[in-house]
Write a protein that binds this ligand. Structure first.
Ligand code: SAM
Length: 468
């Protein structure tokens, strides 16, 4: 079967309507059209699902909340179960050519996902919506093919449906399942992969002097239809769902900043005290710099460094005293010494953010881990030289994999390799007040935050004391 889309044949105009040469197909729901465009961008342009979805939803402001919710569920659902769905379809279809056309692929997978996992969509509606959309995108022949496949899948679903957890776990690449099992055990790996809610709520990070209860009340007053509640892991976190653009809420940029709860917990674990000098060594746009600079107050200072100077411009407005462009893999650049504390929020696989960024599972590969692990060690060793003797460093990643967590700690705690800076890094217990609230065992120098345990994205953080 060769798929030639209506667009290929010039029957679809720029706006997506069927032109005079084509017969008007029954309309596809707005939610499915949005989700199909987002999925196509993820597959074809390597777009991030969340950003592509945001862009589509803000372009179509007329889309009501229910449709936006369905589009979101379809995008995340299909990406999390993609391999499972494609295997099921492959068993029912001789040809795999459907996978070559993104619109056909998206509607076929959304139809399959709806049949297997969406109780609120009746089977006949799931099939006809997908078939109509595929007919419009390709032609009647491809529509008939999709109809046959989805009807057979509907018959199979009537006899028994898989659990979403099984489908999500089966869709994770084998290397990732293996790496997760090595890190957190078989049950932990399944719980991690299946952890919801998907997508998770947005996090706000309150400045240390602000009262959380008062802000929850104030934000609810400003956005009465939203769900707004205190976070669990970070005492500074407020979790928000359904409030629209956060920047329109009171207090943005002054009393609070948008920041995922696990990310702010990592910043808090550095334990910065008023008056201290702190270096945010991989600061990016300064999300953590903002909180750190409020912790140290006007008597202290936070400097921000990163390999990308353009990101650092934003870090400056987040409260950095000074910024330094530096590639820590090759040295220390112009970054001064003598900091009381250094945060190394190192580049990583990002596997910890899987429930927020499901496309990571489709893009990362096993060999990335070795490269990233080596880079993390080099970056942390160079950044550690910037502490004062006896100062502290937190190494953190938004990953939960052993290779990027304990394995890095082991290498950092060992003797430096040839050419590596000769600092002595000793794991030491966290000294941040927030560590106790997190349930970190007394004396522990490392912690893994997990979505199914802490409700945050997955992170790892380890504290060291540094001697020169
Ligand atoms: C996980 S991100 C940290 C993001 C930031 N701390 C935040 O909270 O948004 C890792 C950062 O490390 C930076 N980076 C990557 N390789 C680097 C290197 N060799 N030297 C310095 N910075 C590097 C990246 O540009 C990125 O901003």
């Amino acid at each position: 079967m060769t798929i030639r889309t209506r667009r290929d044949r010039g029957e679809v105009q720029a706006g997506g309507e069927v032109g005079a040469a084509g017969q008007e197909p029954p309309p596809t729901s707005a939610a499915r059209s949005v989700a199909a465009r987002v999925l196509a961008r993820v597959w074809e342009e390597s777009a991030f699902a969340a950003a592509a979805l945001d862009a589509e939803l803000s372009r179509l402001s007329a889309l009501d909340g229910r449709d936006a919710g369905l589009a979101t569920e379809l995008v995340y659902g299909v990406l999390r179960t993609q391999v499972y769905l494609e295997d099921r379809i492959a068993k029912l279809a001789v040809s795999k050519r459907w996978a070559g056309d993104p619109a056909v692929r998206a509607h076929l997978l959304m139809g399959a996902y709806s049949l297997l996992f969406l109780d609120r969509v009746p089977a006949f509606a799931a099939v006809s919506e997908a078939v109509n959309a595929i007919r419009a995108a390709a032609d009647d022949r491809v529509g008939a093919f999709a109809n046959a496949v989805l009807r057979r899948l509907a018959d199979e679903a009537a006899l028994g449906r898989p659990t979403l957890v099984d489908a999500v776990v089966a869709s994770a690449p084998g290397w990732l399942r293996g790496a997760l099992r090595r890190a957190i055990g078989r049950a932990g790996a399944s719980a991690f992969l299946a952890a919801g809610p998907v997508p998770p709520p947005l996090g706000l990070c309150l400045s240390p002097e602000e009262d959380r209860e008062a802000w929850v009340a104030r934000l609810l007053e400003a956005s009465p239809n939203a769900t707004i509640e205190a976070g669990r892991a970070s005492p500074r976190a407020i979790l928000v769902r359904g409030a629209g653009d956060l920047r329109r809420l009171p207090g943005f940029g002054t009393a609070w900043l948008g920041q995922e709860e696990g990310a702010q917990t990592v910043a808090l674990l550095l334990g910065a005290r008023p008056g201290e000098r702190v270096l945010d060594a991989c600061a990016g746009r300064g999300n953590k710099t903002w909180l750190l600079s409020r912790q140290v107050g006007s008597g202290g200072a936070v400097d921000a460094a990163d390999i990308h100077p353009n990101k650092l411009r934003v870090a400056m407005s987040a409260g950095a005293r000074a910024t330094y462009g530096v590639d820590w893999s090759g040295g220390t650049g112009d970054v001064p010494e003598g900091y009381d504390r250094v945060l190394v929020d190192a580049p990583c696989s990002g596997v910890g953010t899987l429930r927020r960024r499901p496309e990571i599972g489709l893009r990362r590969e096993e060999h990335d881990l070795e490269r990233l692990s080596a880079l993390q060690v080099t970056i942390a060793r160079h950044a550690a030289t910037r502490t004062r003797d006896g100062g502290r460093m937190v190494f953190a990643v938004c990953s939960v994999l052993r290779e990027e967590c304990e394995a890095v700690v082991e290498r950092l705690s060992g003797t430096p390799g040839p050419g590596e800076p000769a600092v002595k890094l000793t794991p030491t217990p966290f000294d941040a007040a927030e560590a106790t609230a997190l349930g970190i065992a007394e004396g522990a120098s490392g912690v893994r935050l997990l979505p199914h345990v802490h409700g945050t994205d997955g992170y790892f953080a380890a504290m060291f004391v540094v001697h020169h």
